[in-house]
Ligand binder design. Structure first.
Ligand SMILES: Nc1ncnc2c1ncn2[C@@H]1O[C@H](COP(=O)(O)OP(=O)(O)OP(=O)(O)O)[C@@H](O)[C@H]1O
Ligand SMILES: CC(=O)C(=O)O
Ligand SMILES: [K+]
Ligand SMILES: [Mg+2]
Length: 477
């Protein structure tokens, strides 16, 4: 099965609706680039089954779908609710308790032991991404907090709890996260997403564990707390990629600030060549309806125009009724916008407008300049670390990006990165021979045609595996 040509990548959360091999294979053929396993839901056994399915699909098809393990982080949740959930009525009273029980209209279990000590009277408690709102009446400072229902609704199992006014005292990697992190690394996750990141230190801690395990997984910092916004530059510097986790961000901060923050964060990430994912509620209504709202279509389109590397689906593909139609819809919106909106991408600083001191960065920005001047149809990148691929991609060039690497870890990892198509290339000949060889492969795969221009970047001498220091412009013969 061949994949549709599309430059902005799709991350799809897998769950009961999308874990069957035939369904997932079709979803991938229709545009999924990275599968997200949400360690907030499902058992390790469930996740392992899905990982095995993804590996099989990658082996049997020309796909390199990446695996993103999303750790729960210091997220507070309610526990199990009675069958079908409970209906909380405005004005009624409900007790939140640290005593483990099946929740109903009267009492609800919370997974956070310090909760009765950390909250104060009058503070606001938001449930299920803020859909329901409670107000604290009293706390016994031991195990029970009594609340009034301000905005009621139906409450089902394991929904998230946000305490926008409360300082929460839980570490960024909990015991459960460490266990899931080890599990994800043991089973070959390409990306580890850390939830509720508060500082660059959180990222360094996670990276140290990954390194100690000898894994090549890279880290995604999920931006969903005001503290992360305060420390955004240091976090982008420290991390390998960013996720704008709008679900929690829009509850922890005034929601009207999220659209502007999305644009600022995307631009900052592009300037540092760090991949950025836009997440949550992108096609939310498609959980139960086969057509999106016009506002949702607009959201996907505008995230593409903002310059995101990837757009993400959550409930739409994990538990929704129409996982395949969701992917088709998202891919259709992306490809249409990409075919018409190129002039709308905001500029990343181009050659001459910014001081480019590092040689590889200067090579990348010059390649972009040359690609534009020569109307090149492809930029072919030789890379060992993946850095050149991300740097070239961050300019969002018109020319297609093809990455040739001997580093097998990059094959799936770079699936997250805008416009990047990766091939394994393990021969080390002369630079001359390699460029001819690579361009020959592109022609053989029907990715370029005679008469078209290709920009090649590489490092000379090639066998030294040094930094990118060479550009070549050639016409396909
Ligand atoms: N494996 C699963 N089994 C049962 N229900 C699930 C499963 N995965 C997800 N869900 C339900 O679907 C909803 C959306 O799932 P998803 O994994 O996309 O979560 P999310 O919205 O990204 O974030 P959160 O982790 O905050 O719930 C969840 O809130 C949960 O109620
Ligand atoms: C994805 C996620 O965690 C959020 O939007 O909050
Ligand atoms: K999560
Ligand atoms: Mg979140």
């Amino acid at each position: 099965m061949d994949k549709l040509k599309k430059r902005t990548k799709i991350v799809a959360t897998l769950g009961p609706a999308s874990s069957k091999k035939d369904v997932l294979t079709r979803m991938i053929a229709k545009g999924v680039d990275v599968c997200r396993l949400n360690f907030s839901h499902g058992s390790q056994e469930d996740h392992l089954k899905v990982i095995n399915t993804i590996n099989e699909i990658n082996q049997e098809n020309p796909f390199n779908v990446g695996i993103l393990a999303d750790l729960q982080g210091p997220k507070i949740r309610i526990g199990k609710m009675k069958e079908g959930g409970a209906i909380l009525v405005n004005g009624s009273q409900v007790e939140i308790t640290t005593e483990e029980l099946i929740g109903d209209e009267k009492r609800i279990y919370i997974t956070y032991d310090n909760f009765p000590n950390d909250v104060k009277e009058e503070e606001i408690i938001l449930l299920d991404d803020g859909k329901l709102q409670l107000r604290v009446l009293t706390t016994n400072h031991k195990d029970t907090v009594t609340c009034e229902v301000v905005h009621g609704g139906i409450l089902t199992s394991r929904k998230g709890v946000n305490l926008p006014n409360t300082k929460v005292s839980i570490p960024s990697l909990t015991e459960e996260d460490l266990d899931n992190l080890n599990f994800a690394l043991d089973h070959g996750a390409d990306w580890i997403a850390m939830s509720f990141v508060r500082s660059a230190e959180d990222i360094y801690q996670c990276k140290a564990i990954i390194k100690e395990k000898g894994s090549h997984a890279r880290v995604i910092a999920k931006i969903e707390k005001p503290e992360a916004i305060d420390n955004i530059d240091a976090i982008i510097e420290a991390t390998d990629a960013i996720m704008v986790a709008r679900g929690d961000l829009g509850v922890e901060m005034p929601m009207e600030e999220v659209p502007g923050l999305q644009k600022i964060i995307v631009q900052k990430c592009r300037n540092l060549a760090k991949p950025v994912i836009i997440a949550t509620q992108m096609l939310e209504s498609m959980i139960t309806t086969p057509r999106p709202t016009r506002a949702e279509v607009n959201d996907v389109a505008n995230s593409v125009i903002d310059g995101a590397d990837a757009v993400m689906l959550s409930g739409e593909t994990s538990v929704g009724e129409f996982p395949e139609i969701v992917i088709e819809t998202m891919a259709k919106v992306i490809t249409h916008v990409e075919s018409t909106s190129y002039p709308y991408y905001s500029e990343k600083e181009a050659l001459g407008t910014v001081e480019v001191t590092r040689i590889p960065d200067a090579i990348c920005s010059s390649s972009i300049f040359l690609a534009e001047k020569t109307k090149a149809s492809a930029i072919a990148v030789m890379t060992a670390s993946g850095y050149t691929a991300m740097e070239i991609s961050s300019y969002r060039p018109n020319a297609d990006i093809y990455v040739f690497t001997g580093n097998r870890n990059l094959l799936k990892q770079l699936s997250l990165v805008w416009g990047v198509n990766t091939f394994i290339y393990e021969k080390y000949e002369s630079t001359d021979g390699t460029i001819q060889d690579v361009n020959g492969l592109l022609k053989q795969y029907h990715l370029v045609e005679p008469g078209q221009i290709v920009i090649n970047t590489s490092s000379t001498p090639l066998h030294a595996k040094g930094r990118t220091n060479t550009i070549r412009v050639s016409e396909v013969m």
